[in-house]
Design a protein around this ligand. Structure first.
Ligand SMILES: Cc1cc2nc3c(=O)[nH]c(=O)nc-3n(C[C@H](O)[C@H](O)[C@H](O)COP(=O)(O)OP(=O)(O)OC[C@H]3O[C@@H](n4cnc5c(N)ncnc54)[C@H](O)[C@@H]3O)c2cc1C
Length: 380
């Protein structure tokens, strides 16, 4: 294992912001990870875990920590593994074990590289998550999601190195505590877990998930000259590759070019509010879209009716902030929930800009918004 000193972290992030790390170790095996953790412990240094750096805001200045870049590689494709997931969706539970393939991917693999290989093999499940930057190991952290699919719908288990006790553990899907852009890994119980491998369950024969409006529209327009029966027939012949292509097409129109801007994608989460609050807002903003959710509290046994509201719509239609620019930072014109910087912004400037946006949303709607991007903190 090689440890470098005084490394600028800026180029290791897609936001292109970050100070200089005292030490950086790139680990490609669990034994190297143990060595790196030992190195930090000996020097009483905090540890920061980094994947592809596409969902982080790292502070400027000296970072007196050991940054560990997870570079553990390897993918296994296992035929005929029976699904154990609690979250099977419509049509997915059908079929025997021979209809499923378990994919066990190491944390340092490129997420989109894995999607490319899965669709090449004609496997269904992750095609809607095409084009998301970053590593496999980070996918459970915020339960990545796009176009009607979340990684929690496919994860069988997550293998972690538990730094508190120094052992490798396997967490089931339920133990990961997945929720919208959330998981155990973002909470104190999961502090100290370093993801090593992720096991996904993919399906050989599947049906496309076109629940997301933009995706459905792409295929509707492609099949517009067909009658209903022909449309259905054509849709039933879609491949994961067709869906990936459509998703990449939509994404290319919504997300900024990483070569031109610093960005971490959606900077904020879409707020989840009570049904009552949503109904009040709907009176003031009749076109406000909302996606109903039910949350069941296991401890109290209570069920609450909630609504997820697209923040991009609020920023655009309520706050009039599409394309809003201040200094070196702005909300991207094509997708206002995405924050971009021109290469000159500091971490403080990003934080101050994000604070202003949150204040404006609060003033207009009473809603508190949260960051989706992780402010990088050390583990210990
Ligand atoms: C243009 C663009 C588009 C995006 N689109 C989407 C989208 O559609 N949907 C979506 O959900 N996200 C999206 N993202 C956000 C981001 O790509 C994902 O969250 C991705 O999973 C982050 O992966 P990463 O390897 O870059 O993680 P990093 O940014 O390196 O790390 C993110 C967090 O995970 C932790 N972490 C990373 N690896 C590990 C590990 N092995 N073990 C423990 N902790 C770890 C880090 O400490 C940090 O807290 C987008 C980002 C960009 C820039």
């Amino acid at each position: 294992m090689h440890i470098s000193e005084h490394i600028s972290l800026k180029e290791l992030t897609t936001l292109k912001i970050g100070g200089v790390a005292r030490y950086l170790a790139s680990v490609s095996e669990v034994s190297e990870l143990r060595e790196a953790l030992h190195f930090a412990e000996e020097r009483k240094l905090p540890v920061i875990i980094l994947g592809g750096g596409s969902n982080v805001l790292i502070a400027n200045g000296e970072i007196n920590s050991l940054v560990i870049k997870i570079d553990i590689k390897g993918i296994e494709w296992k035929e005929g593994a029976p699904p154990t997931l609690p979250t099977l969706k419509r049509g997915e539970g059908k079929g025997g074990a021979e209809d499923f393939v378990n994919v066990i991917a190491s944390a340092g693999e490129s997420w989109d590289g894995l999607v490319v290989e899965a669709v090449r093999r004609g496997l269904w499940g992750i095609e809607n998550l095409s084009g998301i930057p970053g590593t496999v190991g980070a996918t459970p952290i915020q339960n990545i999601g796009a176009y009607g699919v979340e990684i929690k719908d496919l994860i069988e288990w997550v293998e972690v190195f538990d730094t508190k006790v120094g052992i490798v553990r396997r967490l089931s899907n339920v133990e990961c505590g997945f929720a919208y852009r959330d998981s155990i890994f973002k909470h104190p119980e999961g502090k100290g877990f370093i993801v090593l491998r992720v096991a996904l369950r993919l399906k050989k024969g599947g049906i496309p998930n076109l629940a997301y409006r933009d995706l459905k529209e792409i295929f509707n327009s492609q099949f517009s000259i067909l009658n209903e029966r022909e449309k259905e027939e054509r849709q039933s012949r879609l491949t994961p590759q067709d869906v990936r292509k459509a998703v990449l097409d939509i994404r290319s129109k919504k997300f900024p070019d990483l070569g031109k801007f610093g960005t971490a994608g959606s900077f904020f989460k879409n707020p989840i509010i009570s049904k009552e609050r949503f109904d009040e807002l709907k009176k003031r903003f009749p076109n406000l879209p909302g996606f109903p959710l039910t949350r069941f509290d296991l401890t109290s046994g209570e069920r609450s009716n909630l609504v997820k509201v697209p923040l991009a719509w609020i920023l655009d239609n309520v706050c009039n902030l599409r394309g809003y620019e201040r200094g070196n930072v702005k909300l991207f014109e094509k997708q206002p929930i995405v924050l971009v910087q021109n290469g000159l912004a500091s971490s403080e400037e990003i934080e101050s800009f994000a604070k202003e946006i949150a204040t404006r949303v609060k003033e207009k709607t009473g809603i508190d918004i949260e960051w989706e991007v992780q402010k990088v903190k050390s583990m210990n």
